[in-house]
Design a protein around this ligand. Structure first.
Ligand SMILES: [Zn+2]
Ligand SMILES: [Zn+2]
Length: 381
């Protein structure tokens, strides 16, 4: 593991900001082998800004990228031994502007969406930039301009990163760095509800799985007026946090059949189900919990093929939606709810580490040490 080094400051650039020459950043060597190195700080290009990263949250997908590679895709291949910096749920301060950028100023606090997409394919043009047809195509010989920081371009386990202005969301002064780093998680939940049609007021919602997206899914659904909001899961401490975030009912599926519980609470089943567990059991539960004409959002990645009761779904006119990430500017809407205090996302932030302690931060997140839910790294510490 390389020695931690503090970044040097280079000469003031033409835009007047202080641009660092080098920075500390973690890079992924072999699977599960991260090294803290000093590397050249990135420079913002057209339609880009340089961000000093003030907080970055660890996500379960980071753990998969670091161990297995996908969905990260660097130079058309696995992300190993390419000086690739993972980390994608970050916020920070704009410290440099690319040519002709006037949409943001040096000093602006911003949080980021992960995917800029290519901006030129059919799905990007529809606002579905998380489902870009040119995913990973951003290297010489196959450069379509795709960016998904922490997946196909360098991410946030570093002191600085470059972001396309389309991925930036302004952070109000009233919001802490830690809370702002959670906006994209809430944005993923919001994207799920957006794709289901978005008209949640007065409708019943079930969230399966009290992970970060599930918990903020509960909060988002409640803030959008859903009633009742039902959370199902097996971990009592997390169900309790779900109740604080707005779940009208938190069902312990080890104590009560969650399908029966939803039928008991809703009569005919839920109008919307957000599956944040992604297992064969949870997908089939979602189908059986939905009422006729109900809509299911599949927000978690199953690790293999799953068998589902498709006949039941078809006979009952149940809609199944797969979503990926945080498209259609959902992150902006999530931040709007958080900025007005409609829910307290900080309830899922449990631990904080400095940049050099990233391996420990990852261990806390992976092994849920000390009840860890969202672990945040502060790269300037
Ligand atoms: Zn994530
Ligand atoms: Zn695209």
């Amino acid at each position: 593991m390389a020695v931690h080094a503090v970044s040097r400051l280079a000469a003031t650039s033409s835009q007047g900001e202080i641009a660092p020459a080098t920075m500390s950043a973690w890079v992924l060597n072999n699977p599960d082998e991260l090294a803290l190195v000093t590397k050249a700080a990135p420079r913002p290009g057209i339609a880009e800004v340089l961000i000093r990263i003030d907080a970055v949250a660890v996500c379960a997908t980071d753990l998969e990228v670091i161990s297995q590679g996908p969905p990260a895709l660097i130079n058309g291949g696995p992300p190993f031994n390419q000086a690739f910096t993972p980390g994608h749920e970050y916020m920070g301060t704009v410290v440099g502007l690319g040519p002709n950028v006037d949409e943001y100023q040096v000093g602006d606090r911003v949080t980021v969406e992960i995917h800029a997409g290519c901006g030129r394919c059919k799905r990007c043009r529809e606002g579905m930039y998380t489902a870009c047809h040119n995913y990973g195509a951003n290297y010489p010989g196959n450069d379509k301009g795709h960016r998904a920081n922490g997946f196909t371009t360098n991410g946030g386990f570093a002191q600085y990163a470059v972001n396309h202005i389309n991925t930036l969301v302004r952070v109000p002064d009233s919001m802490s760095d830690e809370e702002a780093a959670l906006v994209v998680t809430a944005g993923t939940s919001m994207y799920g509800f957006t794709e289901l049609g978005g008209l949640l007021a007065g409708e019943s919602v079930v969230v399966i799985g009290p992970g970060p997206i599930g918990l903020l899914g509960v909060a988002t659904a409640k803030a959008l007026g859903s009633n009742p909001v039902i959370l199902t899961g097996t971990r009592k401490d997390r169900l309790a946090i779900g109740a604080k975030l707005g779940a009208d009912f938190a069902i312990d599926s080890t104590a009560e059949d969650p399908i029966k519980a939803v039928m008991r609470l809703t009569g005919k089943g839920a109008d919307y189900v957000l599956d944040c567990a992604g297992t064969e059991d949870s997908v089939n539960q979602a189908i059986r919990m939905a009422n006729r004409g109900g809509k299911i959002c599949l927000a978690a990645f199953p690790h293999g093929p799953v068998r589902i009761d498709l006949a039941y779904a078809v006979q009952n006119n149940i809609y199944l939606y797969g979503i990926r990430g945080e498209g259609r500017s959902a992150t902006h809407r999530a931040l709007a709810l958080m900025a007005t205090g409609r829910f307290d996302a900080k309830l899922i932030h449990t631990h904080t580490f400095g940049l050099k302690d990233l391996p420990e931060a990852l261990r806390y997140a992976r092994d849920r040490v000390d009840g860890a839910i969202k672990v945040i790294v502060k790269p300037q510490l």
